[in-house]
Every structure is written in C-alpha cells, then in structure tokens.
Design a protein around this ligand. Structure first.
Ligand code: PFF
Length: 454
C-alpha cells in the first residue's frame, strides 16, 4: 500500500516499540508478581525467560512484519497463501481487541488516580480500600474514564504512524523514563529502602518452584507484547535498513529496565511502612500504594503530592503507549483490507472497544453478578481467554511459522537486511533452532500449566 506510512527514524522505532512493551505489565503486574513470588529469585528467572524466549520471539515477529509490510492477517496470507496459518492473525486481532477493552478499564483507573492526585483529593483519603471499591463499583465514573482513555488513544492513532504514534512516543517515552528516574531516587531515600533493595536483590532460592518459573514466563510474554501481532504490525512500518535483532535487543532491554526500575520504586515504599506485606496482590498500586504515600509523606505533604502525582502520570503514560499499539494492529487491518480511510478504520475499532470496555466496567458494578462465562464476568473472562489461551497458542504458531514455514533463506535475508549485515551461520542456526524447538516447547509448558493439567 502506498499510503501505509513508515516510522521515519530508528530512535522513533525503538521508542514506539518499547512503548508497546512498556505498560501496566511493567509497573503494575511485574511488582505484583515479584512480590508474590519471593523477590530476587523471581527476577533472575524472569531475566532468563526474557533472554531465552523474549529476544528470539520478538525478532521473529519483526521478521514477519517487515518481510511483508502488511497487517498481521495479510502477512500470514502473503507468505503462506491458501493455508490456514492466517487464522492466527485473526486470533491475534481478537486477542488485542479483548485486551484493549479490559486494559482500558485499568488504564481508566490510572487516569482517575492521576486526576485525584492532581486535585489533591487523594491526600485526604483515609481508607484507600473503600475509596478504590467505591470508585470501581460505581457505574458512570469508571465508564467515563475508560471511554476517555480510548478516545485519547483514538486521537493519536488517527494522526497516523509518523505524526501520531512516532511523534507521540518520542515525547512520552523519554518523559516516562525521566519520571521513573526521579521516582527511583525519591524511593531510595525512603526509610524502608534498604529492606526493599534486599528483597529485590538478594535471591532466596528456597522460593523457587515450577510455579515461579512458569509465572515468570507468562509475565515475560505479556510484558513484551509478544505473539499477537502488535509487534509485527509495528515492524511492517520499519524501513528495510533496520537491524531487526538489534532492535529487538534494545526494546527487550528497555522493557526490562523499566520493570526493574518499578521494583526499585515500589518495594522501598512498601517496606517503609510497618505491617505492609510485599505480596499485596493486584491492589498494590490502587490500594496499598496510596496508603503508603500518605503515611510516609504525612509530615511532608508537598513531597507526597509530587511523588504520587508523578507515579500515576507515569502509569497513564505507560498504559497509553501500549493501548496505541493494540489499537493500531486492528486499525491497520481494517484500513488495508476494506480500503476505508484511517479515520473510519480507527473509529470502528474505538467503537467496538468502547462497547466491550463498558461491559468490562460494568463487571464491577451493575453486572457484578452476571457471570455467564464459566462463572466469570466480562473483565475476568477477557483476561482469562487472552492470557491463558490465545497468547500462548498464537506464540506457538508464530514460532513454528517463522522457524519451519518461512524457512532458513527468508529468515536469513530479513536478519541480514538482504546481505547488508553480516550474520554468522551459527547465529542464524541457533535462532532457528530456538524458534523450532525451545520457544514452542517452553510456551506449551506454560499453557499446560496454566490450564492446571499438571
Ligand atoms: N506489554 C503491555 C504491558 O506490559 O502493559 C501489554 C500489552 C500490549 C500486551 C500489547 C499485549 C499487547 F499486544
């Protein structure tokens, strides 16, 4: 397509792609997982998963997207015409639509918290659990925040690749990193910094179990936005001189850096207040942290104001750079397949997500008792179906497709930019071996475990 657009600069590519990866998964889910799986030992396993699985799989997605310069469904169809591989592309689009719908609800909560930090409402809250429950179980406010979040995403997507996604990521990602550095420095000066750091840095290998290993694998998968077509859609806008494996390495490194830095923000804070356990669960960011901020900064309200405002703005930015990548995947498909304008295509995706997002919001209020999906409401069902089924299965198919179906010659051509880069034989061979065997087998293991089959 002549009007597809491209990312204009290499730094834009890295920041936009890292923006997709860096999100609530890093700043919210990673500390929760680390806290409930024993700290440093979990982090070590996570790092191993990211290197063994993350880098090759991300490179594989880049290969698929850049080779075809097409949306995810067309990419599979172009490389394997009249074969059912393309169904994975549709599954990926269904998956991002469902993820975007429930993710926008949580993103809406971060927007609400950023607003209430800004308007100093948060500093007067005494019971943070009741505050969160009252908000999330009300009908209109969560819907308003969710819809606002989706509309902000829509506006960025409508502006296109270079003027929308790339320009936005080039401003937001450096800002996000800057906020993180300030927050890390602030957190390290809190009274519980030493215990927090020990928890993060001193591994206790007695905590290791198959469950820890498999949770780390699952976390790596979600955090790197792997396997469901987001990254290959972004890679379809890469120019032909982009070094794919080096870009994957940079993106994975940035994503991991952000995850570890959020540990350096959250655990010193958590250990600063007596009686708060590091394994507080998903309420960590919306219930435990506001409580900690008000306790630790009781005598320094201005500092508390700045700290909590920066923290929730950070969450909003991180969520937004991820929501645009999910939105783009389906918008690109509608735009190219049905030849609709970008504005219309984005409008269709936004409308679908608003409807599904509202249903997810209502799972916490009016539809609380409506649980038609094996005892789950919309929010939990979307989360369950995507994380436990579609993501791992699409991941397996992606590895098999690039490893076996695309073949060594195509893969080598993409990795070496058609011979312009020197890629040693052993590197290409190892990469293909990982895609054919190690990655699909590891994912199959997570999949079986998550289903509780062993
Ligand atoms: N990687 C994002 C995060 O860590 O929050 C979430 C995500 C984005 C998952 C895009 C899947 C995806 F396709």
């Amino acid at each position: 397509m002549s009007d597809r657009g491209n990312f204009a600069s290499k730094i834009g590519i890295i920041l936009a792609t890292a923006g997709s990866a860096v999100g609530l998964g890093n700043i919210w889910r990673f500390p929760v997982e680390t806290g409930s799986h024993g700290g440093a030992a979990f982090i070590l396993i996570y790092l191993a998963c990211v290197c063994i699985l993350g880098i090759p799989m991300m490179t594989a997605e880049f290969i698929l997207g850049r080779r075809t310069h097409s949306n995810i469904a067309t990419a599979y169809q172009q490389l394997a015409p009249r074969q059912p591989w393309y169904l994975t592309g549709y599954a990926g689009m269904l998956c991002v639509t469902l993820i975007l719908s429930y993710y926008s609800v949580v993103a809406g909560w971060t927007l609400k918290y950023a607003m209430s930090a800004l308007l100093t409402e948060m500093s007067s809250v005494t019971d943070t659990e009741a505050y969160f429950n009252d908000f999330s179980s009300s009908v209109w406010a969560p819907i308003a925040y969710t819809v606002s979040f989706l509309l902000i995403t829509h506006v960025i997507i409508e502006r296109g690749i270079e003027r929308g996604i790339e320009r936005f990521s080039k401003i937001m990602m450096p800002l996000l990193l800057l906020i993180m550095v300030v927050l890390v420095v602030g957190a390290l000066s809190m009274p519980g910094a030493k215990e927090g750091l020990t928890f993060l840095l001193r591994p206790d290998f007695s905590k290791l179990s198959p469950d820890v290993i498999l949770s780390a694998l699952g976390q790596a998968f979600f955090s790197l936005s792997l396997a469901i077509g987001c990254l290959s859609t972004y890679a379809s806008y890469f120019k032909n001189d982009v070094n794919l494996s080096r870009t994957a390495l940079s993106v994975v490194s940035l994503d991991t850096l952000v995850a570890i830095m959020s540990g350096f923000i959250i655990f010193p804070a958590v250990f600063s207040v007596a009686g708060v356990a590091p394994d507080a669960g998903p309420g960590l960011v919306f219930i435990t942290l506001p409580n900690i901020f008000s306790t630790v900064f009781a005598s320094m309200p201005m500092l508390g104001y700045i700290f909590s405002l920066m923290f929730y703005v950070l969450l909003v930015l991180a969520a937004l750079t991820s929501t645009i990548s999910m939105h783009e995947e389906v918008t690109a498909f509608i735009h190219e397949r049905y030849q609709l304008s970008r504005r219309r295509s984005a409008g269709i995706m936004t409308s679908v997500c608003i409807i599904l997002g509202i249903l997810c919001c209502l799972s916490y209020s009016s539809l609380r008792d409506f649980k038609p999906f094996f005892g789950m409401g919309f929010f939990d069902a979307f989360n369950y179906l995507t994380a436990k089924f579609i993501m791992p299965l699409s991941g397996i198919v992606l590895c098999l497709f690039v490893g076996w179906r695309m073949g060594r010659r195509n893969v080598r051509e993409e990795l070496s930019n058609h011979g312009a880069l020197h890629i040693p034989d052993w590197m290409c061979g190892t990469f293909i071996f990982f895609l054919r065997w190690i990655a699909p087998l590891s994912i199959a293991l997570i999949f079986i475990n998550e289903l509780g089959l062993f």
